[in-house]
Design a protein around this ligand. Structure first.
Ligand SMILES: [Zn+2]
Length: 446
């Protein structure tokens, strides 16, 4: 009896083992050497995908395509074909060779019929002397990476290109032609194409602006709509800068925006820099979107108090040790804009700037009280576009020496003070929607 039980048990175990084996011919079993687990690899992938769906090459240029398959799939075969071998051929390994001008489809196909197509356009090869670098200026500010090499191949194409700097200690260049100024001096950037044709541009690296404004300054060097205005120097000799941006239409109004009158706000170490950064982004935004300006010119002062923002030590209110929120000479500029005051050099410089560039609309940006003060229409915009909670409408703080109150009374214009919620809540998209809304409100009114 015992022997029979054993026989039956063996029979059960053996048949169970066969039951769990899969005889589907579409699967092979691959054992991983590192572990004893067995993984299923399908020979019928659900898709195949080329790394490019479009490609432009010059005659004679080569490009190696690659593809992706779903995990744990390995078709019996993968084949590349060209729809017109006179225009471009493709090798077994996906190397496309451009032969003559035209458009061709390169297809990759698996043994189970899945495919992916790349449309290859073949243009003429670049010719010596006909490749032009088209940048209209060649100045690059130290630390800025807003200068990109632009070029015209005169109807030719070159997928492969390299950029090289003759002096990396002066200027670096990325693989897509973005030049970063490293130190003052000159360097030659060479663009080289697949067939050896090359073109050069000499760039002059300058170090002329307030360090925090490298982006805005570089844009002013590249873009004719943007002008940097130097309106004075701080107590420690730092440059006081404004950036003026004009649109497509004739300018009839001036919208002035100021940032970082307090180098330190109340949140953390040197948080005025967050505001300066947003100001630089706003310069870039209006340089790229001039139609949004309507008939206004925008003047942005990214940093009213550069000493406090860059080298300040605390956010103390005005006292003999206050430097950060206050200027190097311990003055809170946002209490300094009233008759009998104007004690800070920076305050006086900006007062004189305002005399010259009279504001039709004015906004001063701060943090972090989550509120707006001043002209009701601007407060309403701040609530709907930035989401600021409180609004102190028609409160201007003029008698306290607030800058925006001074502008409001002196130039009789709509004026507001914006306090963002916190440093993390300064969202560029919200800010330009807000400033665009203000432009739309005031650009037509007399
Ligand atoms: Zn403030």
């Amino acid at each position: 009896m015992k022997k029979n039980y054993l026989k039956i048990l063996i029979l059960i175990v053996v048949s169970a083992t066969f039951m769990f084996m899969d005889y589907d011919t579409n699967y092979v079993y691959a054992a991983k050497s590192s572990s004893s687990t067995v993984k299923k690899v399908s020979q019928n992938p659900k898709y195949i995908k080329l790394n490019k769906s479009k490609l432009t090459l010059g005659v004679g240029e080569e490009y190696t395509l690659s593809y992706k398959l779903p995990k744990n799939t390995k078709p019996k075969s993968v084949k590349y074909t060209s729809s017109d071998k006179k225009i471009a051929t493709v090798s077994k390994k996906g190397v496309v060779k451009a032969k003559s001008k035209g458009t061709v489809k390169i297809t990759v196909k698996t043994s189970n019929g899945k495919k992916s197509v790349c449309t290859v356009k073949v243009k003429k090869a670049p010719q010596k002397g006909k490749v032009k670098i088209t940048n209209s200026n060649n100045k690059v500010q130290v630390n800025s990476s807003k200068y990109k090499i632009e070029y015209d191949l005169n109807g030719a194409a070159s997928y492969h290109k390299t950029f090289k700097s003759s002096n990396k200690k002066v200027a670096k260049v990325s693989s897509d032609g973005v030049v970063t100024g490293v130190s003052k001096g000159t360097a030659t950037i060479t663009l080289k194409l697949y067939n050896g044709v090359s073109e050069k541009i000499k760039v002059k690296v300058v170090d002329d602006c307030l360090a925090l404004n490298v982006d805005a300054y570089q844009i002013s060097l590249n873009n004719k709509r943007v002008t940097r205005i130097k309106y004075g120097k701080s107590a420690k000799g730092r440059i006081l800068e404004a950036y003026e941006i004009v649109g497509n239409k004739k300018t009839t109004k001036t919208f002035i925006m100021t940032f970082a009158i307090h180098g330190f706000e109340d949140e953390y170490w040197k948080d005025g820099k967050v505001l300066v950064k947003e100001a630089n982004k706003l310069v870039e935004y209006y340089a790229d979107n001039p139609s949004k300006l309507k008939n206004m010119r925008v003047i942005i002062i990214p940093c009213l108090n550069p000493d406090g923002t860059i080298a300040g030590k605390n956010n103390l209110r005005q006292c003999s040790k206050a430097y950060g929120r206050c200027t190097y000479k311990h003055i809170d500029m946002n209490r300094d804009f009233k008759n009998g005051k104007f004690k800070a050099k920076e305050t006086r410089a900006f007062r004189d700037f305002l005399k010259k560039y009279k504001a039709n609309v004015f906004i001063d940006f701060h943090g972090w009280l989550n509120e707006s003060l001043g002209t009701p229409a601007i407060c309403n915009s701040a609530k709907s576009k930035i989401g600021l909670k409180k609004a102190k409408k028609n409160v201007y703080g003029t008698s306290s020496g607030y800058l925006f109150g001074y502008v409001h009374s002196q130039y009789n214009c709509p004026s507001a003070l914006i306090e963002f919620k916190n440093s993390k809540s300064v969202k560029h998209k919200q800010v330009y929607k807000f400033t665009n809304d203000v432009i739309n409100k005031y650009n037509k009114k007399a």
